[in-house]
Design a protein around this ligand. Structure first.
Ligand code: ADE
Ligand code: ZN
Length: 326
């Protein structure tokens, strides 16, 4: 068995994290007051009552509504610093952070406000928190490809400090095939490619994300276990799968943590790592995910070390940075 201190001490990378999903209820209320925004759930108590989800969409509704408090660049900076502070306490030494540019532009927030606000916190993350960081622009798959392409062109034109693109939001009915031109353009621009697939969507979405979009990493990917041929391929190619166990439980992608396929995925030889997804909404940061897993499955140190090592190896960090952390 592993104790919590040892878990935390282990250097790890967080590769699946939506910065807007780190907005804690307390910070939501603080930013609402600062910006004079009237919230539908204006007290901690009323807000807390909203955190019971039945599926991905029920979470997304609250997640997008709460973004209304993000107005100025400082708001984005404060949110990002709050995450980095908590990530440091979890032993995170490298973080690849997604943000949802379209969700902010749609609310009338300038793209530069969101980008510059987040980037300001990331620029000093090593000095402030000992965490190297990268930024990934995630596009909303329930919006049109045209909208995503427009925002991508704007990000490229402003030389936004992004290392890659991702694909998130409502999965079922919005398959990878909808975004072939977006990924082609991002690849041409030299960006790294990831996408959510196989969270609520079928294994064929994982396959299509690889074949049609050319992604090098799959966010979630848990439903891949339903397809033996796909699992064989993912094992052979050692495609990283950024699994988020507490998220899967809270969004009912799995019935219980005990029923989560992660142990089976590890046994199969898949390249899996553990991430927090939207930690302010799902009951904890990356250490809480590790602790819940270790308790549920009675893991030894070797298993936890394997998963932490996978996260570093699967990251877009430099060879030198990886060597430093492994
Ligand atoms: N946006 C934020 N978190 C997400 C998740 N887990 N799946 C899809 N879109 C998201
Ligand atoms: Zn996610």
């Amino acid at each position: 068995h592993v104790d919590a201190g040892a878990l935390t001490a282990l250097p790890k990378a967080e590769l699946h994290l939506h910065i807007e999903g780190t907005l804690e209820p307390e910070l939501i209320l603080e930013l609402a007051a600062r910006n004079g925004i009237a919230l539908p759930f204006p007290t901690l108590e009323l807000l807390h009552e909203q955190y019971q989800f039945t599926d991905l969409q029920s979470f997304l509704d609250l997640y997008y509504a709460n973004m209304a408090v993000l107005v100025t660049a400082d708001d984005f900076t404060d949110m990002t610093r709050a995450y980095l502070r908590r990530a440091k306490e979890c032993g995170v030494r490298h973080a690849e952070i997604m943000f949802d540019p379209q969700a902010h532009v749609a609310r009338g927030v300038e793209l530069a406000t969101a980008v510059n606000g987040i980037a300001a916190a990331l620029a000093t993350s090593v000095a402030d928190f000992g965490i190297s960081t990268e930024l990934i622009a995630a596009f909303l798959r329930d919006e049109s490809e045209g909208s995503a392409l427009e925002v991508l062109e704007e990000l490229l034109a402003m030389k936004a400090p992004i290392i890659g693109i991702g694909l998130d939001s409502a999965e079922v009915g919005n398959p990878p095939s909808k975004f072939i031109r977006l990924y082609k353009r991002a690849a041409e621009a030299g960006l790294r490619l990831v996408a959510h697939a196989g969270e609520e969507g079928p294994p064929s979405y994982v396959e299509d994300a690889l074949n049609l979009l050319g992604v090098e990493r799959i966010d979630h990917g848990i439903r891949a276990v339903e397809d033996r041929i796909l699992v064989k391929r993912l094992v052979r190619e050692q495609t990283p799968l950024t699994v988020c166990p507490l998220s899967n439980v809270r969004l009912r992608a799995v019935d219980t943590l005990a029923a989560h396929p992660l142990p089976q995925m590890i046994s199969a030889g898949l390249n899996v790592c553990v991430n927090s997804d939207d930690p302010a909404y799902f009951g904890g940061y990356v250490s809480a995910n590790f602790e819940a897993l270790a308790a549920e499955f009675g893991w030894d140190v070797a298993t936890v070390e394997l998963l932490a090592g996978n996260s570093i190896r699967s990251s877009f960090a430099s060879v030198a940075r990886k060597a430093e952390l492994l």
